[in-house]
Design a protein around this ligand. Sequence first.
Ligand SMILES: Cc1cc2nc3c(=O)[nH]c(=O)nc-3n(C[C@H](O)[C@H](O)[C@H](O)COP(=O)(O)OP(=O)(O)OC[C@H]3O[C@@H](n4cnc5c(N)ncnc54)[C@H](O)[C@@H]3O)c2cc1C
Length: 390
Amino acid sequence: MNYNDTPEEAAFRSEVRAFIETEAPKNMARGEGFGGAGEGWKAWVKKLADRHWVAPAWPKEYGGAGLSVMEQFIYNWEMAEARVPRPGGIATGFAGPTLIVHGTEEQKSKYLPEILDGETVWCQGYSEPGAGSDLASLQTRAIRDGDDYVVNGQKIWTSGGHIAKWMILLARTDPDAPKHRGITYFIVDMKSPGLTVRPLINMAGTHEFNEVFFEDVRVPKQNIIGEENRGWYLAQTTLSFERSNIGGAVGARQGVEDLVQFAKTAGVSTLRHNPAVRYELVDRMVEAGLATQMSLKIISIQAKEGVAPGHEASVAKLYGTELNQRIARTALKVLGLYGQLDSKTEGVDASKFGRYKYSYLRSIANTIEGGTSEIQRNIIATRGLGLPRA
Ligand SMILES: Cc1cc2nc3c(=O)[nH]c(=O)nc-3n(C[C@H](O)[C@H](O)[C@H](O)COP(=O)(O)OP(=O)(O)OC[C@H]3O[C@@H](n4cnc5c(N)ncnc54)[C@H](O)[C@@H]3O)c2cc1C
């Protein structure tokens, strides 16, 4: 199998590299938790926006760059290699694409431009205390009242809810219909009266997600995307068909490389000679290479066969997130007492030490967010191995 770039792909890769080299501010670091990308972030986002690279997968007519699947892959790869953060998330990945495909012209012209500025945060109101893996059992109710819907209920684990301007909300509009068919997709103004956001601090000590409570929140009927009771099907829409997770694979390899560098240069020479440490670093490096191979396999399915990956994307998600946890555990062993340092402690070089304690704690959530490891295994068992449903 030939994974080399074609001349066109190589040219695009050089273009992305050159752009990063000349335009990405050198003092910009990815922050812990949500947002917080440090100095230079605003200027960087503006440069991406000017180039239509805030939502590069969107069609050109909607302000994207209309990149092909392969170009998206290269773009994501190079951004990850350069360790530069990007805007995006729910706004470019879910809300925008759903509007492009299912929204009215009025909705598109109201919401899309501010997403493309890269400044407006959207959040996703899907999960509830009683509905996560089995999302279709959600209970938040929206009842029609004149020109509005009145929403009551609760969402949980709402990432970025505290800084979001808009929420994409799934709420039940027909309690008598089969559970997938009574759900509607709404846009909700996070400043609406009756809507309360309560912070949830994760075990890594950062404020990323929230609880969101709805008490008689009025949502105008023109804020429905698509048709009433068809929300479940809309919730699957994305325009970025690039699902290889190359960014995750590159990040894993860089994490191991940094640890190898630490072992080589640390004052404690026993570290680099210790067989247990050496073997563990080798294992992680082999695994990071395997994660890259998985990404390449997925992208070749997408680019060459023109189909979205099925269970292969679950394989990469499962493997990549569990690998993150293994790398974090290896890091704490390699770093020894340094591993306990916190990036917020004065005098600690956060880029060197504090981030490992953080990633050890934060990576626990990797195997829950975006579908748990058990759910990925169920998908692989049925769609990949052809086993019957449990
Ligand atoms: C960091 C983070 C950010 C998140 N951000 C958002 C967000 O922005 N918006 C949003 O709506 N949600 C968000 N979520 C919620 C996330 O989607 C859910 O946590 C996830 O889908 C799991 O649902 P649950 O927590 O209700 O667990 P449950 O579904 O109750 O699962 C509990 C346990 O049972 C297992 N389990 C459940 N069903 C099965 C099954 N059929 N077979 C085998 N095992 C099963 C699970 O794997 C898990 O171990 C976020 C979660 C995290 C951790």
